[in-house]
Design a protein. Structure first.
Lengths: 258, 348
């Protein structure tokens, strides 16, 4: 509770972010819809995904991008380690990684993306009269949670590598930023096998493709179960890796900055 | 609170920093070749409720020892036990009982008013509302923080931020206070206030205090005991009075009529000349070996019209300077000092 209050307090110090945040959240969804509308001008669908499905896909992608964007603090881990700023969390009874996330957490990054994502899904469902199921919707939200949690853990692992190597890992963060393109395209539209493996290992598919496929009823009952099991497995695997790196970092931490 | 009280026991403590880069790996350099020793085989014992100052030249290992006590880093060899806890392994539970101020690092939330940092610390350490208000009011009054709490740390000076950090560290009445240069940027009035607060913590709560500082005045004001470190080891462990007694000198300060120049050299039979340096309009000062005080004063009285004479303890700084500049690797006892050796010109 106190962490949350600190975040809100900090956000309220920067009121201008509210307005720009709204524009920032709306822009990706709007441009995604415009892009696919242009692509699908002379064809009904691409790889089995028509404009209504792609609007739903864009909505889910926007929600998760917002959640992932709020944990920007993990990207500051490298700088916090190099400058010695991580120490102020280590000497207090709190998780240093969580402390970083909270200090840099930006709610203005979450709500516009989530709001615009939900709006996109609702508009697409009503406008194109898509079949709606509460159970599928809840499962889709569960998979969105899996995707977001996996990416938080992946970002945490990269951040902890900063601690282990004494390096800011800016190059690795830049590579991860490029993976954003994979969020915005339904996975079946990607033909490369190599990319399919990346999608599975990095749980990119759980960010938008699988939640939107479940929401739209594109998966059969068995496929839904398998998707959920794979998602939970991926989450556990990244969680274990995060735990291992955390322990290693605790011993290896050098506390730069004197 | 543990059954141990908050004592600190270190046995054979060593910390080595290994640095390996890709180039080192390609050149097949072993980790030992690129290693830097922070602390070597250090053993010490600090009792619960004691206040200890740690001083030393740059690179002596003070901050390394400090961080080992806080649990920020792990030792390479040996062990350190603080209040029965192993600081790094038991970090979550251990840190509930300590307060830390690191003078060179920001410990506050940068963008929000400082009072929120205090409130956050209260929540973090599970301080009840009543205790929080009582201690907050005391600390705000004692440290003069009332005008500062509504400002975000980014708008405060370094000294003001340090004061608030000290308040945050003391808020939960910790069993152990670890302070690394807490008085940076503080004027003498505020330093006195901080010293009083720390003394209050020690008397009221039995808090053990460990202070790392370059300022011997701070150590003198706050601490009962001093540890002098050099090159990763402890070369002196005792009270500041014991430190002063190491040097068998007396600080002699004289006021002379007709100030004769910047320096006065007094030659005493069978000893090196004692050089008095100007310390004011008419004052001259010198640390004179105890055995030579009388003949030096006689020579001064014969040669000049002496208005005033003060004889006191030698400055601690001069003792420390000698300790720092002693032959490396000589830990333990300091050799008995001979007469001061200085070269100078006679002044007429």
């Amino acid at each position: 509770m106190c962490y949350g209050a600190l975040c809100l307090r900090r956000e309220s110090e920067f009121q201008a972010n509210f307005i720009f945040g709204l524009l920032q959240g709306a822009a990706p969804v709007v441009f995604t819809v415009l892009f696919w509308a242009a692509v699908l001008e002379d064809r009904p669908a691409v790889g089995g995904w028509g404009l209504p499905e792609l609007c739903v896909h864009g909505g889910f992608a926007s929600m998760v991008i917002g959640i992932i964007g709020s944990i920007i603090g993990l990207r500051e881990m490298g700088e916090a380690v190099i400058s010695g700023e991580l120490d102020k969390y280590i000497v207090r009874p709190m998780c240093p990684v969580w402390g970083l996330i909270v200090e840099y957490c930006s709610f203005s990054q979450i709500w516009p993306y989530v709001a615009c994502g939900v709006a996109s899904i609702v508009l697409a469902t009503t406008r194109f009269q898509l079949e709606f199921s509460l159970l599928r919707s809840l499962d889709a939200l569960f998979l969105v949670g899996i995707g977001a949690a996996c990416w938080v853990l992946i970002s945490g692992c990269v951040g902890l590598l900063s601690n282990l190597t004494g390096n800011r890992m800016t190059g690795l963060w830049a590579c991860m930023s490029q993976l954003e393109m994979l969020y915005r395209i339904p996975v079946p539209l990607i033909s490369s096998n190599a990319v399919h493996w990346i999608v599975r290992i990095l749980a990119v598919g759980f960010i938008a493709t699988y939640p939107s496929a479940v929401f739209l009823g594109k998966f059969s009952g068995e496929a839904v179960v398998v998707t959920n099991v794979v998602g939970v497995t991926a989450l556990c695997a990244w969680g274990v890796l995060f735990g291992i790196l955390s322990r290693a970092c605790r011993r290896a931490h050098e506390s730069f900055g004197g | 609170m543990t059954d141990y009280g908050f004592d600190i026991q270190a046995e054979g403590l060593s910390k080595t920093y290994f640095r390996r880069r890709l180039l080192d790996v390609l050149r097949r350099r072993s980790p030992e070749e690129t290693a830097r020793v922070g602390i070597r085989s250090l053993s010490l014992s600090i009792s619960a409720g004691e206040s200890v100052g740690i001083v030393g030249p740059n690179g002596a290992g003070k901050s390394t020892l400090f961080k080992l006590m806080c649990g920020i880093i792990a030792p390479t060899e040996g062990s350190i036990v603080v209040g029965g806890w192993r600081p790094q392994e038991d970090r979550r539970r251990f840190t509930r009982h300590i307060g830390v101020v690191m003078g060179h690092k920001n410990m506050l939330w940068w963008d929000i008013p400082a009072r929120h940092s205090l409130r956050f610390c209260a929540a973090l350490y599970d301080i009840g509302d009543e205790s929080f208000e009582e201690r907050r009011d005391y600390l705000v009054g004692a440290l003069g923080l009332s005008n500062l709490l509504e400002s975000a740390p980014k708008r405060l000076s370094l000294g003001q931020r340090r004061l608030i950090e000290c308040a945050c560290a003391c808020l939960h009445a910790p069993e152990l206070l670890l302070l690394d240069e807490p008085a940076i940027g503080l004027d003498i009035v505020v330093r006195n206030r901080l010293a009083k607060v720390l003394k209050h913590m020690q008397e009221e709560y039995g808090t053990t205090i460990v202070l790392v500082s370059h300022s011997l005045d701070d150590v003198d004001m706050i601490c009962d005991r001093a540890l002098v470190m050099k090159e990763g080891g402890i070369i002196f462990d005792g009270s500041l009075d014991d430190l002063r007694r190491l040097d068998k000198s007396r600080g002699v300060r004289v006021s002379l009529d007709g100030a004769p120049g910047e320096r006065i050299s007094i030659k005493v039979p069978g000893a090196q000349p004692q050089v008095f340096r100007k310390a004011g309009d008419v004052q001259y000062q010198c640390d004179v070996p105890e055995a030579l005080v009388s003949p030096v004063l006689s020579a001064l009285l014969d040669r000049y019209h002496v208005r005033n004479v003060e004889i006191g303890a030698a400055s601690v700084e001069s003792v420390l300077l000698d300790l720092y500049e002693e032959e490396p690797g000589r830990g333990g006892e300091r050799p008995h000092p001979g007469p001061r050796l200085e070269t100078s010109l006679y002044c007429e």
